[in-house]
Design a protein around this ligand. Sequence first.
Ligand code: PLP
Length: 232
Amino acid sequence: MPDLIHNLEAVQQRIAMAAHVAGRDTRSVRLLAVSKTFPAEDVRAAYAAGQRAFGENYVQEALTKIEALADLRATLEWHFIGPLQSNKTRPVAEQFDWVHSVDRLKIAQRLSEQRPDNLPPLNVCLQVNISGEASKSGVSIPEAVEVAQAIAALPKLNLRGLMAIPEPAGGIDEQRVPHRHLRELFERLCNDGLELDTLSMGMSSDLEAAVLEGATIVRVGTAIFGARDYSN
Ligand SMILES: *Cc1c(COP(=O)(O)O)cnc(C)c1O
């Protein structure tokens, strides 16, 4: 899969360039390769090229891939980034290392209760509806402080930070605005005493804007694996 290897390098270079412009260490930005809709073999190829963290959106699809790649499990991180219904939390609590898409306290409580005792706490991000779109999931900015405090108190979760999926915007200056708002909220929560280290923001089309505003994890699918085909 030469394209995949080439794409992975190109994305790493985009991250490095944006980090350089921002005066940040490239190593302060992690690349999460979003493998949803792509087969386990593509994940294996990316792994062979050095990629270690992978993001999935659909529980059943992810479980199939996790099983197919069980031989790599000790050194491969699985991040759940899709909408999560409360009746699907158990396999996520049992199989994943991270959940970026915690969008209400009830989901966090279930994940904490269902996280097996022999595993380290599940790393989670609170998803924030940063563009205020009615259709998007995530807590609103005013709700975020209270929900974050409650999640941080749950025993089997480690609240690492915030995640957002901003509305698509044209130029880089416009793209930076919602990312800046997420970073400002992050700073407010840190000032309130929460120990957070993760801003999960930036995708294929806006990762530079996200890195300029402080992203520590960018979630990139299309630019690595190609266009997604949802027909099957
Ligand atoms: C699919 C998805 C991505 C990756 O999007 P691309 O535009 O393909 O890079 C990132 N984050 C979330 C939450 C996603 O669902």
